[in-house]
Design a binder for this molecule. Structure first.
Ligand SMILES: Cc1ncc(COP(=O)(O)O)c(C=O)c1O
Length: 468
C-alpha cells in the first residue's frame, strides 16, 4: 500500500495509523476508534480470515451474517471477472435490462413462496427496506387509502440504518441523535421468551400476550392508519430470537383482520441460513413483501432485492396509469456483475446442498455447545435454528439475571472471543455471542468453534473475577 508522506515501517502499524487518521467506521464509538487498534483483514478462505499481523480467526459470524458459501471461492471470482469484461455496467431503469439480471429474477421467484410476483433490485438491505416503505405507501395511495401508512416493527429489530429503514430498526443507538424514528413507525415487543419481562408466563401465554399487544397497538393507532407489519423470521441483530411456534400464524390472523400487510425481512434468514431457501417457509409466514440481501451474493457483491407479492403487484399494475412512473431506483441496482455473482452463489448453495448442511451441522453445533458449555456458570441459554445460533450469558445463572451494564460487558465478551481466535456477532441489549458461520461449516470446524468459545468464556470469567 502507498501511504502518502510516510515511511513504510511495520506495514500493519502503518495501515493502522492511516486507518485512524482517514477512516470513519460505522457502528463504532468515534473517539475510541480514533485511538484504538483496527482489526485489519487481509485475506480469507472458507471459514477462516487472516489479519494484517498474520493471525488467523474462525469467522463464526460470516462477516455481517452474509458469507453463506464461505470466503475465497474461485468460481465466483471468475464469474465476476468474466461479467466485468463482457458487460461491466448496465442500468435497469426504464426498459433497460441485462441477461444476468433477467435470469436472476426468474431464479429468485422460482425459489420464493409462490405468492411472490416481481423483483425490485437495490444495493443494500437498508435500501430495500426503504423501498418497501415506499411500495406500501404507493399501494395504499393507489387503493384510495391515503391515511393508511403507518408501519409497526419490533423493539430490538434491525432493518437497516438509513432514515426509513433506520426508523423501522428498534435500537436506540440507531435513533438517538438522528431524530428517528420518523413519524408513523411504531415498535411492539419482540418474541424474546428467554428475557420475557414476566418469568411466570408460559411460552403460549407469552405468545398470546405479544399478539394481544400487537392488536391493541393497531386499534390504538386506528386500523385505517396502519399499513404494514415488518418482521425478521428469526431476529438476528438483537440476539438470535426464535419466536414461539404459532407466533406468526397468530400475528397473521390479526394482520388479516385489519388489512395490514406483512413484510418479511429475510436479509439474514434467506438463502440457507435457517436450513431453507427462505425463513418464511419454515416459520409459517405468508408475506406480502419480502426483503433479501446479504446471502444473495454471500457478500461478494453489494446487492439486495424486494420481492413483491401478487396482492400488492396487482394493485400497482392496475393503477399504474394513474400513478405515473414508479419514481424509485438506484444507479447501480440490478448490476450485471452482482447478478452474475448471485446466480453463481445460488448455484453453489444448491449444488453443495448447503441447506441440508446448515440444518445438519447447525444441529451438531447446538449439541456440542450444549454438551460442553451449558454447565458453565456464565452461560444462560444456548439456542439454534439452522446455522443461526445464540450463546447468551447471565450475570446470575440461578435466577437468569441479565447484566445491567450490558454494553460494557458485551464489548468485553466480544474482545474475549477475538482473543480466543473467534469472530462472532453480538446481540442488542444482551451479553452474548451470535454465531452464524458460513453454511459450509464442517463438524470439525463446529468443534473448533466450541473449543474457542470455551476459551473465550474462560477469559471472560477471569475479567469478571478481577473486577469483583
Ligand atoms: C434483518 C436485516 N435487515 C436489514 C439489514 C440492513 O442491511 P444493510 O446493512 O445491507 O443495509 C440488516 C443488516 O444487518 C439486517 O440484519
Amino acid at each position: 500500500m502507498r501511504v502518502m508522506g510516510q515511511d513504510s515501517g511495520n506495514p500493519s502499524s502503518t495501515l493502522a495509523s492511516v486507518d485512524r487518521r482517514a477512516v470513519m467506521h460505522p457502528f463504532s464509538n468515534l473517539a475510541e476508534q480514533a485511538k484504538g487498534e483496527p482489526r485489519i483483514l487481509t485475506d480469507a478462505k472458507g471459514v477462516f480470515v487472516r489479519t494484517a499481523d498474520g493471525r488467523e480467526y474462525l469467522d463464526a459470524g460470516s462477516g455481517l451474517w452474509c458469507v453463506n458459501v464461505g470466503y475465497g471461492r474461485d468460481e465466483i471470482a471468475d464469474v465476476m471477472a468474466d461479467q466485468s469484461r463482457r458487460l461491466s455496467y448496465a442500468s435497469c431503469f426504464g426498459g433497460f435490462s441485462n441477461e444476468s439480471l433477467i435470469e436472476l429474477s426468474e431464479r429468485l421467484l422460482s425459489l420464493a413462496p409462490k405468492t411472490m410476483s416481481k423483483v425490485l433490485f437495490n444495493n443494500s438491505g437498508s435500501e430495500a427496506n426503504d423501498a418497501q416503505i415506499k411500495i406500501v405507501r404507493l399501494y395504499n395511495n393507489l387503493r384510495g387509502l391515503p391515511k393508511k401508512k403507518k408501519i409497526i416493527s419490533r423493539h430490538g429489530a434491525y432493518h437497516g440504518a438509513s432514515i426509513g429503514a433506520g426508523s423501522l430498526t428498534g435500537h436506540p443507538a440507531v435513533h438517538r441523535n438522528f431524530d428517528l424514528p420518523m413519524d408513523g413507525i411504531f415498535h411492539v415487543d419482540a418474541p424474546d421468551y428467554f428475557r420475557r419481562p414476566d418469568p411466570s408466563l408460559s411460552m403460549d401465554d407469552f405468545c398470546a400476550q405479544l399478539v394481544r399487544d400487537l392488536e391493541n397497538t393497531i386499534q390504538r393507532e386506528g386500523p385505517e392508519t396502519v399499513a404494514a407489519f415488518i418482521a425478521e423470521p428469526v431476529m438476528g441483530s438483537c440476539g438470535v430470537i426464535i419466536p414461539p411456534s404459532g407466533y406468526f400464524r397468530a400475528v397473521q390472523d390479526v394482520l388479516q383482520r385489519y388489512d395490514v400487510l406483512l413484510i418479511a425481512d429475510e436479509v439474514i434468514t434467506a438463502f440457507g441460513r435457517l436450513g431453507a431457501w427462505f425463513g418464511s417457509d419454515l416459520m409459517g409466514m405468508t408475506p406480502d413483501l419480502m426483503t433479501c440481501a446479504k446471502g444473495i451474493t454471500s457478500g461478494y457483491f453489494p446487492m439486495s432485492a424486494c420481492l413483491v407479492g401478487s396482492k400488492v403487484w396487482d394493485v400497482l399494475i392496475a393503477d399504474s396509469a394513474a400513478a405515473g412512473i414508479f419514481g424509485h431506483g438506484f444507479t447501480t441496482a440490478g448490476h450485471p456483475v452482482g447478478a452474475a455473482v448471485a446466480l453463481k452463489n445460488l448455484e453453489i448453495i444448491e449444488r453443495e446442498n448447503l441447506l441440508l448442511n446448515a440444518s445438519r451441522n447447525g444441529e451438531y453445533l447446538l449439541r456440542q455447545l450444549r454438551a460442553r458449555l451449558s454447565d458453565h456458570p456464565l452461560v444462560g441459554d444456548v439456542r439454534v435454528m439452522g446455522m443461526m445460533c445464540g450463546v447468551e450469558l447471565d450475570a446470575d445463572k440461578a435466577t437468569h439475571m441479565p447484566f445491567t451494564d450490558w454494553q460494557a460487558k458485551a464489548s468485553a465478551f466480544s474482545n474475549c472471543c477475538w482473543e480466543a481466535g473467534l469472530m462472532v456477532r453480538g446481540g442488542h441489549g444482551k451479553v452474548m455471542a451470535a454465531l452464524a458461520p458460513p453454511l459450509i461449516l464442517t463438524t470439525g470446524e463446529a468443534d473448533e468453534i466450541v473449543t474457542r468459545m470455551e476459551r473465550a468464556l474462560e477469559f471472560m470469567q477471569r475479567r469478571l473475577d478481577a473486577r469483583a
